[in-house]
Write a protein that binds this ligand. Structure first.
Ligand code: KG4
Ligand code: ZN
Length: 353
């Protein structure tokens, strides 16, 4: 079985070809980082235009790199949400048009499900498993029971963790995206110089909060810049302090989730971390230690499959297709599309939680 996957939900335009034997035959990604860099964040109109400009070429490249003909493609999958509507429409329309022209089945993929299932593509793990999904738009702990079956244990009541990295980097003029910039700066920093808060640490349950940490950083930057500019050492220490606080919070919340998982599925032993923030080596190391302490195996896809890509979309499409789950060409793009629509709202959460 061979599926073409298309991803345009945020600021990566991507197309990939994946086989049912877990082989990535081609994986083409064009990041729009440069396009959004001057604005310090993703500008939806610029994103949609860039997707239009590059998607067709990336699909062509993926097809020729995979060395398969259109007749050998069994289904077309495209991300249909959650994400920026303008971008989603570009990928979704292209996917539907290809499916219609080739008379192939079409699968509308949930971007979060694509992240959630990526560890089955890379490591072939079995259900159920615990998932920490950490990206620019999301910070959730979920039990992945099966394709389409998720139990949300926790979510953020304010900022997503990647968003917190991005905002923190912006405060220190480190540019966009903030995660890799903070990770680089933190390498030479002293995480103990500044006292950073650890929101939610020690509380019951698995919910997250990051806005207090971001505010604390803002005040520290303000105090330091009253007289002069931030020095390289200040930036390194602030970044290291911020990253260490995030790590402590992720570890604490994940520990609760592992315990919850163990209570529900005593045989479950796999802890997956996915989404762009999972590319962070220092966070990975902390989560790996946690998993070891709790007798779980940590599975983190390689960085290129943690940040947005087409292979995970093709794979999610394949998982659905192999279960007979396809969609009609009337499937709409969705700005919001929770994996567990029955999850209770997190206490104090805004529109997102
Ligand atoms: O999954 P992703 O590529 O896009 C979304 O679906 O959101 O995640 C992007 C997010 C950004 O907020 C970016 O700053 C963060 O992932 N990120 C990182 C790292 N690399 C990317 N955060 C921390 N450390 C990193 N190395
Ligand atoms: Zn993503």
């Amino acid at each position: 079985m061979i599926v073409l996957g298309i991803e345009t939900s945020c600021d990566e335009t991507a197309a990939a070809v994946v086989s049912g034997t877990r082989e990535i035959l081609a994986d083409r990604v064009r990041t729009q980082i440069e396009d959004h860099h001057p604005y310090g964040g993703v500008v939806p109109e610029i994103a949609a235009r860039a997707h239009i400009e590059h998607l067709d070429r990336l699909i062509d490249e993926a097809m020729s790199e995979a060395g398969v003909s259109w007749f050998e493609i069994d289904a077309i999958a495209a991300t249909s949400g959650p994400g920026l509507i303008g971008g989603l429409m570009v990928g979704l329309t292209s996917g539907k048009a290809l499916a219609a022209a080739l008379a192939k089945p079409f699968i509308a993929v949930n971007h979060l499900e694509a992240h959630a299932l990526s560890a089955r593509l890379t490591d072939g793990i079995e259900f159920p498993y615990l998932l920490l999904l950490v990206s620019g738009g999301h910070c959730q702990l979920l039990i992945v029971k099966d394709v389409g079956q998720y139990v949300r244990l926790g979510t953020t009541v304010d900022d997503a963790v990647g968003e917190a990295f991005d905002k923190a980097a912006k405060l220190m003029n480190l540019g966009y995206p903030g995660g890799p910039a903070i990770e680089r700066a933190a390498k030479d920093g002293d995480p103990t110089r500044f006292d950073m808060p650890r929101p939610m640490l020690g509380r019951d349950g698995c919910h997250f909060s990051f806005s207090g940490l971001k505010t604390a950083l803002r005040y520290k930057v303000r105090d330091l810049t009253l007289s002069e500019k931030l020095s390289i050492i200040d930036i390194a220490d602030l970044a290291a302090g911020f990253q260490a606080a995030v790590a402590d919070v992720l570890v604490d919340r994940s520990r609760h989730a592992i315990q919850e998982m163990r209570a529900r599925y005593h045989y479950a032993r796999t802890f997956v971390v996915a989404g762009g923030v999972a590319a962070n080596q220092s966070l990975r190391a902390r989560l790996s230690k946690l998993a070891e302490e709790e007798g779980f195996t940590l599975v983190v896809p390689p960085p290129a499959l943690c940040t947005d890509n087409g292979a995970m979309v093709a794979w999610a499409g394949l998982e659905r297709f192999s279960r007979g789950l396809t969609n009609s060409l009337a499937e709409p793009p969705r700005a919001r599309w929770p994996l567990d629509p029955d999850a209770a709202k997190a206490p104090g959460a805004g529109a997102r939680g």
